[in-house]
Design a binder for this molecule. Structure first.
Ligand code: PMP
Length: 421
């Protein structure tokens, strides 16, 4: 009998029948509070009526307007609309289907634009699963092992407090940032000369790597070095973008200007769409035909993205992510205060996580997994992350209400009790 490959294991036993708002409905007849949002994708919730209507209308009008053959209206409109939310000066756009593809597009662009081969990435970063994106990924060996040789020309520099609870600098953010920037300077002096270095790629909040936010001094330190050496600063906002952190972009928290920004996930509420934005000057250095793809900028996905951006604006979802994120965080901190196994609560906006540790302060993936499984019993869907899998994250859709946050917290508290018993 044919079956899904065994290596593709679901984090929960739920078979989803339908989704509505913050809920998934299983074939088991149960309703689940979905605090995974399809790994941070369903920003406007499952099947938001305006996204559904826009997609349905587009399906009946034009499904596939192949964008290297013809321009099509949803893409034209989306390009214009994104101008309202992109950082100033990043006016030139390219679209693909997944985060990984957009990461590769950014990497190719950085290499072509600078004529330099090497990319510096931050320890603990996750940038995707294609071979090039996996080569840039250091959040865990599972996306790298057995695929080698991976792409050459990738160099890893520390991220401040990659593993926060056990950080070698304790809670001293200034010391860990100074260390991280010092290591980068050392890398540029001893391993990859600036004249060989095209880009530094970083997430404003490490996603799969454990939900650790960067900080202003670190990102501005990267900006300063990028400017000094003619290196491009590439921000991977695949998970942090479109309101997830309580600002439209994750980097808005840190006052740093990217040269290239990468977006995907929350942009189209679940339709496959990703993109990069850069200045005209940088994008002009991409050789004609060097970027592209059959399905990139799909018409239905673009229509869904337009509706998503309208919903985000009209329903004030960025502000809601900040408000409900603060409420969720405070509830998580209350639970953590009573739970020695929770070593840290961290994140920004509605991108929050709890790090589980043993009495000795070591990563505790077993407890994290028990809590995540117990949460399913409580009707709450959650995912783990982090290099040791000991971080349980909560990423509800941005439409989540106060009442649903409280409901989620009650389920969380019960799951923590059950999982830590
Ligand atoms: N970058 C980041 C920051 C991500 O979180 C992810 C996905 N988790 C990716 C890139 C890869 O995206 P995709 O799975 O769509 O290829």
């Amino acid at each position: 009998m044919s079956h899904l490959s065994e290596h593709l294991r679901q984090a929960t036993p739920v078979v989803a029948e339908r989704g509505e708002g913050v809920h998934l409905f299983g074939t088991d007849g149960r309703r689940y509070l979905d605090f995974t949002a399809g790994i941070g994708v369903t920003s406007t919730g499952h099947c938001h009526p305006r996204v559904v209507a826009a997609a349905q209308e587009q399906v009946a009008t034009l499904i596939h307007g192949q964008y290297t053959t013809v321009m099509h209206q949803p893409l034209q409109k989306l390009v214009e609309r994104l101008g309202d939310v992109l950082p100033p000066g990043l006016d030139s756009l390219f679209f693909a289907n997944s985060g990984s593809e957009a990461v590769e597009a950014a990497m190719r662009l950085a290499r072509q634009a600078t004529g330099r081969p090497n990319i510096v990435v931050c320890q603990g970063g996750f940038h995707g699963r294609t071979v090039a994106a996996a080569s840039l990924t250091t959040s865990g060996t599972k996306v790298r092992t057995g695929f080698g040789p991976l792409m050459s020309g990738v160099h890893v520099t520390p991220f401040p407090s990659t593993y926060y609870y056990n950080s070698r600098y304790g809670w001293d953010e200034e010391a860990t940032t100074r260390f991280a920037l010092g290591e980068l300077d050392h890398l540029l002096q001893t391993v990859t000369d600036p004249s060989d270095t095209a880009a530094i790629m970083v997430e404003p909040v490490l996603g799969e790597g454990g939900y650790t936010p960067a900080n202003s001094a670190f990102l501005q330190g990267l900006r300063e070095r990028a400017d000094r050496h003619g290196i491009l600063l590439v921000l991977d906002e695949v998970q942090t973008g479109v309101g997830r952190t309580g600002r439209f972009w994750g980097h808005d928290h840190f006052g740093v200007r990217p040269d290239i920004i990468i977006t995907a996930k929350g942009l189209a509420s679940g339709f496959p769409l990703s993109g990069i934005a850069a200045s005209d000057e940088i994008m002009a250095k991409a050789r004609p035909g060097s970027q592209g793809g059959t399905y990139g900028g799909n018409a239905v996905a673009c229509a869904a993205a337009l509706a998503t951006l309208d919903v985000v604006e009209d329903e004030g979802l960025v502000g809601n992510a900040a408000t409900q994120g603060a409420r969720l965080r405070s509830g998580l901190e209350d639970v953590a205060a009573k739970t020695p196994a929770i070593g840290d609560v961290r994140g920004l906006g509605l991108m929050l996580a709890n790090e589980f540790v043993t009495d000795a302060g070591e990563p505790d993936p077993k407890t994290a997994s028990r809590v995540q499984q117990a949460a399913v019993e409580e009707g709450l869907l959650l995912l783990t992350c982090g290099p040791w899998g000991n971080v349980v994250r909560l990423i509800p859709p941005l439409i989540v209400s106060e009442q649903q946050i409280d409901e989620g917290l009650r389920a969380w508290s019960a799951a923590v009790q059950a999982g830590c018993a």
